[in-house]
Design a protein around this ligand. Structure first.
Ligand SMILES: [Zn+2]
Ligand SMILES: [Zn+2]
Length: 190
């Protein structure tokens, strides 16, 4: 009885036999052929080798697995330190290894993880949109156009650059396009 849908848990751990009742090994995992993803394979661990067998060659599944007569027994050569060891994560190979010898290692050129850009944010006046000035001595933000103090939301505040010297918030001077520290009285490159 061949089940229509084979779950990993229903076959992993079962002993696999050839059609002439020769013990092959124990099913340890499933694999997917990257070149042909519909080709799902069993990984069968024998005494000293591992086999890759396409699931389509399963003749019967019960307490054991019986393979069809013409089952190709491809050996999985992953346990040996292979030539391309540098591209294969050896520690996880046993559980996630795809199929076979000739599988092209998919590109491992992983980009360095980029931090979400921490672009400095210019705190602006909610009324007129002008860049606000931070006065360290008052600890407040001032709109030079509206001539009044205003609040800056914390989300914006988190991304306002600070002076490397005194640690106070910098103020963006729009006409120069630069950040200025009113405490230190100097421009700061951000
Ligand atoms: Zn304003
Ligand atoms: Zn400063």
């Amino acid at each position: 009885m061949v089940r229509k849908i084979l779950t990993k848990s229903s076959v992993v751990g079962l002993n696999a036999y050839t059609s002439d009742a020769r013990y092959l090994g124990k099913v340890v995992d499933f694999g997917v052929d990257l070149q042909n993803p519909s080709n799902v394979t069993l990984i069968i661990e024998g005494k000293d080798k591992r086999y890759v067998v396409p699931v389509s060659y399963i003749k019967a599944v019960g307490d054991i697995i019986i393979l069809a007569e013409n089952t190709p027994l491809e050996e999985l050569s992953e346990s040996k330190p292979s030539v391309s060891a540098s591209t294969q994560p050896t520690t996880t190979a046993t559980t996630t290894s795809p199929t076979a010898v000739s599988t092209p290692s998919y590109p491992v050129t992983r980009r360095p993880v980029q931090q979400p850009s921490t672009q400095p944010v210019i705190p602006r006046c909610p009324t007129c949109g002008a860049a606000l000035i931070y006065y360290p001595q008052y600890g407040r933000w001032y709109c030079p156009k509206c001539r009044k103090y205003t609040e800056v939301p914390p989300a914006v505040l988190n991304r306002v650059p600070r002076c490397p010297t005194c640690g106070n918030y910098l103020s963006y001077i729009e006409q120069y396009g630069r950040w200025y520290c009113y405490k230190c009285g100097k421009y700061v490159n951000v």
